[in-house]
Design a protein around this ligand. Structure first.
Ligand code: DGT
Ligand code: CA
Ligand code: CA
Ligand code: ZN
Length: 567
């Protein structure tokens, strides 16, 4: 789907317009961007079926924006943004990647300090000029400093969340070519790693000397809409760069080597090295072309036969990080990993009672369409003032709405239950911001740290432990505070937290948006006998589908159905 790409570009236009003195317009572009990002339908399909008129039916999209979308769908670019870039001296693309910097602030930094690039910004920070800017202050200067560091650290890697649908789409393009026998993504994307350096595709055909077919496949690859640069085009390997800046490799092999090539290019490198060593010990040689004995190929067509010949079970790609997976596979003790369809419901989502965009009813309908049996609504509580968090009184009102939806479902004979949870804020001193009398009326209580991140390790640990003492608490959300690609975790003794979770029978959350609790920590929790919960943290109906990314993370941690409470 082109939705995300288009939303991104409209958003950028909005940011550029912010820099000029054009009131009203920037918001129009940004509102349209949000609406398109949230669309369930494929925007190209809308255009194909209903033309400009269909586009204008999208909220916030008027004539002029609709025309730009049309231009993009037809030509793959929007001239307007190139023009804007030319007349704007500021590197908006780069600066907006800094968490906390939007169009308005970038504009002020430019107007008041002449900042055009991250380099300029770093210099200004060194000279301590940001803090003294009206409305910025010490705190924001510190935050920007952190954000720049963060950006540099994660440079060049993409979130799996932002590329996986493209991967599926491209796989389908290849599958449609006549003569293509097998198609798979390999590399870190197949291992479902949360960030991806580049994407590796693998295709098998019967006869690699079929020049016509080889040419057709490679042309299809380098001719895809999103390609802006052909890095290399050959007969067995081609590489391209997409408009987003993502690199993709395609390798073409014969069917008889597909298994060994898939194994090799799936990696990880560490896993491959360990596997090759085992082959050598058995007097064999393993490479991307096959498994060899005395230079004679004995296996290669499937991964399964290669692992089997090496004396172990086939290993899920998600586990191939060169840790304990090979030993477990040799002992036939690999876990049976959790799957998306094991998930019976979601314990973490938001409605329009506070930060969310959709009503409880809409969220419920979406959850039913996902095949769930329950949905827990966990709106934020009162301390989160910007999000209009719920206090005791509003929680009681919300209960009425949830009850009436449940009655309606029952009347219609639908086996589904909406639960009233709450994402209760853990205050600085470790108390919860909702009284026990009200907590008792909820179906379950989940708790989160949302403020005062900069505490020392001991205070933060004690703060969370104290909150976990409350006997209504069933779930600790995003226990480390990390948001992948945006924010590091706060200082905390996570082992102590895991122990406490075990003692109080509290589930720790794998958050599908934040990737908080990386796979190592989730695995540790499992080993310590703690239950986990996968939460989408959806703020609209579409984001409920992000559950799948939490499931990937759980699989990387080696978790089974029985380790996860929403199964
Ligand atoms: P990425 O792209 O940084 O997210 O990570 P990967 O794992 O996709 O790495 P990539 O794209 O460089 O290579 C794909 C796979 O190919 C990798 O997982 C294992 C294999 N591979 C690449 N280079 C080497 C190597 O030097 N030795 C071995 N044993 N395997 C390699
Ligand atoms: Ca890769
Ligand atoms: Ca690669
Ligand atoms: Zn939340």
């Amino acid at each position: 789907m082109k939705n995300q790409e288009i939303a991104q570009i409209l958003f950028e236009i909005g940011e550029f317009l912010e820099l000029g003195e054009i009131p009203f317009k920037p918001q129009a572009y940004q509102q349209a961007a949000v609406a398109i990002d949230n669309l369930e339908e494929d925007i190209s399909k809308i255009y194909k079926e209903r033309g400009i008129k269909g586009l204008k039916e999208i909220p916030a999209v008027g004539e002029s924006i609709a025309l730009k979308i049309e231009e993009y769908l037809k030509t793959g670019k929007i001239k307007y943004i190139e023009e804007l870039k030319k007349i704007t001296p500021v590197d908006v693309d780069e600066l907006t990647k800094i968490e906390g910097l939007g169009g308005k602030r970038i504009k002020r930094l430019y107007k008041e300090l002449g900042i055009k690039t991250i380099k300029d910004l770093e210099r200004a920070i060194e000279e301590h000029k940001i803090a003294s800017l009206f409305g910025f202050g010490e705190k924001m200067e510190a935050n920007i400093t952190e954000a720049i560091k963060f950006l540099k650290k994660s440079k060049g890697r993409f979130l799996l969340r932002n590329v996986l649908d493209d991967v599926y789409r491209i796989e389908n393009i290849f599958k449609k070519i006549k003569g293509v026998e097998k198609v798979s993504v390999a590399g870190s994307a197949r291992r479902r790693k949360e960030t991806i350096g580049d994407i590796d595709f693998l295709i098998a055909i019967r006869d690699t000397s079929d020049k016509y077919l080889v040419e057709k496949i490679m042309n299809t690859f380098v001719g895809m809409d999103e390609v802006i640069k052909i890095v290399n085009k050959g007969e067995t390997k081609s590489s391209i760069k997409t408009r987003q800046g993502l690199d993709m490799d395609l390798r073409l092999v014969s069917l008889s080597s597909f298994g060994s090539a898939l194994q090799y290019f799936t990696g990880s490198k560490e896993h491959n090295i360990a596997l090759r060593r085992i082959a050598i010990r058995k007097g064999l040689k393993l490479n991307e072309y096959g498994l060899f004995k005395n230079n004679r190929k004995i296996k290669g067509e499937t991964e399964e036969e290669i692992y089997e010949r090496l004396g172990m079970d086939w290993i899920y790609p998600e586990l191939r990080e060169g840790e304990e997976e090979i030993e477990l596979a040799q002992k036939h003790q690999l876990p049976k990993l959790i799957e998306l369809n094991n998930i019976k419901g979601d314990f973490h989502c938001h409605s329009n009672w506070n930060g969310g965009e959709n009503s409880i009813k809409e969220m419920t309908e979406k959850a039913i369409s996902l095949g769930y049996e329950f949905l827990g609504i966990t709106d934020h509580t009162q301390s989160l003032k910007i999000e209009n968090g719920l206090n005791e009184k509003r929680l009681i009102e919300q209960r009425k709405e949830i009850n009436s939806i449940n009655e309606e479902l029952k009347k219609q004979g639908i086996n589904f239950k909406v639960l009233q949870g709450s994402e209760v804020d853990i205050l600085k001193n470790g108390t919860l911001d909702i009284d026990n009398k009200t907590l008792k009326t909820l179906d379950y209580v989940s708790i989160s740290v949302h403020s005062n991140f900069k505490m020392d390790r001991e205070s933060m640990t004690n703060r969370i432990i104290k909150a976990m003492e409350n006997s209504y608490v069933k779930i600790l959300n995003h226990p480390t505070g990390m948001i992948l690609g945006k924010r590091d975790s706060y200082e905390v003794d996570i082992e102590k937290i895991i122990k406490k979770a075990k003692e109080k029978n509290i589930a720790l959350e794998i958050n599908s948006y934040r990737f908080d609790l990386n796979y190592q920590l989730a695995r540790k929790a499992k080993e310590m006998g703690v239950k986990l919960v996968i939460g989408s943290d959806a703020h609209n109906t579409k984001e409920l589908e992000d559950m799948r990314f939490g499931v990937f993370q759980a699989r990387r941690a080696g978790l089974e159905k029985k380790n996860i409470i929403n199964c």
